[in-house]
Every structure is written in C-alpha cells, then in structure tokens.
Write a protein that binds this ligand. Structure first.
Ligand code: ADP
Ligand code: TRP
Length: 337
C-alpha cells in the first residue's frame, strides 16, 4: 500500500507569500511523488468556528481552492475536496467525541489562549466568546485525519498539538474497542518561515503580509513598504539582516542569491533591492496569477473539481466507515456473533 499524505487548509482568505513558501510549495513538492496517495481539503467547517458571514466564508473557500490549483495542484494526482462534502467526517467526529476525555480538550492551546485573553482583559466570564466549535476543533481535525488513515500530515508548527491529540484519540479508540483500526499519524512540521513587511513572521492576523495574487501594481506597492534602515546606497549591507533579502532568498535560485549577496556586500540602494525583489516575484507569480484570475471568475469550475474530489474521497473511505460502525456496534448489520 502506498503512503498516504493528507493536509487541510482552513479558508481564511487569499493566501500570502508566507503560506506559499511555508505550506503550498512544500506540500505540492511532496505530492509530486507518484508513489504516494495524497489528499488535500479545504477545512471549511473549521473556519465556521470564527467566520460567521456566509458570503465571506464562501469567497474564502474559492480563493483558497483557486490559489492551490493555480500553484500547480493537479486534481488527477491529488484528491482535492471540501470538508463539508464528506458527511462521514461529521459522523466520525461524533464517535470520537464519545471516547475523547474532556480533559484532553481542556488542554488545547487555542482554547487556553482565548481563556487567557479573557483573563488579561479583566472579563468576569473567562469562557466569554468561546463557542463549542473552538473547543471541539481538535476532534474534528482528528476525524479529518483518521478517516483517511493518513500516514503523514504536513502542518505548520502551530498545529503540532492537534496532531498529538489526534494520536491520543486514535490510541484511545483502539484501546476502547480492542482494535487497531485507527492509524496514529506522523506530523511533518514545516519549518520554513518567511518574514513580513515589518520583519515579524508574515501573517494575515498581523497585517504585515503580501498577498500571493494581487495585481502587479499592488505587489510592487507592497514590496516598496518593506521596512529598511536609513543607510545610504553606497554603504555595504549584510544580506542576512535584510527583510528584502530574506524574501528574495525564498524565491531565488542559488546563482541569483549569490549574485545579490555580492551586491549587498558592495553596497546597494534599498530602492534597487526592492525593485529586484519585485521583479523576481513577478517572474514567479505572473503566470500563476493569470490562472488564478481566470479560475476565480469561474466558481462553477472550482466547485466541479471539489465535487469530483469529494466523490473519489467518499468512495475510498466508505468501506472503512462501515468497519468503524461495525467495530462500535452501530448500524443495520448482521450481529457479530
Ligand atoms: P496566517 O498566520 O497568515 O493566518 P495560517 O495560520 O492560515 O496563516 O497559515 C497556514 C499555513 O501556512 C501554516 O500552517 C504555515 O504552515 C504556513 N505559514 C503561515 N505563515 C507563514 C510564514 N510567515 N512563513 C512560512 N509559512 C507560513
Ligand atoms: N487546523 C488546521 C489549520 O488551522 C487546518 C486543518 C483542519 C488540518 N483539519 C486538518 C490540517 C487536518 C491538517 C490535517 O491550519
């Protein structure tokens, strides 16, 4: 049996350059391997924990799907689907909820951070603004992974705890029902981090990001906003200390990096450094941007790709779901003895 790689993307808007370097590119690289089976899904019901405007959620689902497809995800090689199109996930979510100790969820980093934020802002009710979706988030994520028997799950470092919980939940299920049906997955942590305009980790929530697909004009404008010091053009510069260079390095070839390093050490104006970064980004993104722009205008096409992926995914997991029901004694089945 070939190795199964699965990952989910929470639709939270148009991806940025950091998402591309840290998540999209490495996942697509892994998925190129023809000896593996790969699944990639849009975790729309995970977004519902925080996004409560129908149109916004719908647009973000399309933006994320179009971005992955424009970056080269091949639906023939990788099964791409929408989480909400797989009803079995929500059935497994309930089954797992019934064996997961509540204490495990009490330890969730995201849940604890929200309680802590309420504490710090002097709220009397420490649970204020925390819905059950946020609390149960890791159980749905476990269902996403365990239903597909994923061997490896590439995620950002912030998701490591969710993967540990998934393993705990798989062990608990197997122990409870004296089976080895659920496969505890391995985490593949992505370590490449791209800085944002201010030098902090590029992130949507920090507002320091450069969108992956904006117009060429807006891309240039964003690059021109990258923070620099006030040294003049002739002053030699250490490339390792420059935000512009860090972003350049993530997209450039070895030769391009060496050439620019040399320029920095001899002295380069920040205007020129930014222009070179802009040109490099244009070179990488302009073709993909065209595909993105045409796809985003055709939501039906995106929907068809996602629906076809969901059909394939459901066919794949149907026998496994039957086994799970059989194992827990649910459904219209012939008695086991
Ligand atoms: P954001 O912080 O902008 O909300 P997400 O949390 O949605 O981004 O990130 C999705 C994935 O993209 C993360 O799991 C991580 O792998 C990757 N990622 C996000 N920001 C960066 C970054 N600055 N550099 C590299 N990878 C990143
Ligand atoms: N929680 C992940 C994130 O915020 C998204 C996600 C949902 C996911 N289900 C998953 C990732 C299953 C990997 C596997 O980035």
């Amino acid at each position: 049996m070939s190795k199964i790689i699965l990952t989910g993307i929470k639709p939270t808007g148009m991806p940025h350059l950091g998402n591309y370097i840290g998540a999209i590119q490495p996942a697509l690289e892994l998925m190129k391997d023809s000896t593996i089976t790969s699944y990639l899904f849009v975790a729309d019901y995970h977004s519902l924990t925080t996004v409560h405007t129908a149109q916004t959620l719908n647009e973000m689902i399309h933006q994320v799907s179009a971005a992955w497809l424009a970056c080269g995800l091949d639906p023939k090689k990788t099964t791409i689907y929408r989480q909400s199109d797989i009803p079995e996930l929500f059935e497994l979510n309930w089954i797992l909820s019934c064996i997961t100790p509540k204490g495990l969820m009490n330890r969730g980093h995201s849940y604890k951070a929200l309680v802590q934020a309420n504490h710090l802002t002097g709220k009397k009710n420490l649970e204020r603004g925390i819905n059950m979706g946020i609390y149960n988030y890791p159980i749905l994520m476990s269902a996403d992974i365990l239903l597909f028997s994923a061997d490896e799950v590439p995620v950002g470092a912030d998701q490591e705890q969710h993967l540990e919980m998934t393993r705990d939940i798989a062990f608990k299920f197997n122990h409870t029902f004296k089976t080895d049906l659920l496969k505890p997955p391995k985490t593949l942590v992505k370590t490449k981090l791209l800085p944002g305009l201010d030098g902090e980790k590029m992130s949507k929530s920090k507002g320091n990001h450069i969108p992956l697909f904006c117009s060429s004009k807006d891309l240039r404008k964003a690059v021109m906003k990258i923070k620099t010091d006030s040294s003049d053009p002739d002053t030699p510069k250490n490339p390792e200390e420059s935000i512009i260079f860090s972003i350049y390095k993530a997209f450039a070839s070895k030769q391009q990096i060496e050439k620019l390093e040399d320029k920095y050490r001899k002295g380069i104006g920040w205007g020129e450094a930014k222009q070179l970064l802009y040109l490099l980004l244009e070179e990488h993104l302009s073709e993909k941007r065209k595909v993105y722009e045409s796809l985003i205008k055709e939501p039906k096409k995106i929907n068809t790709i996602l629906k076809e992926g969901a059909k394939k995914a459901r066919e794949k997991i149907a026998p496994f779901m039957r086994k799970i029901r059989e194992t827990i004694g649910i459904g219209d089945q012939t008695p086991l003895v």
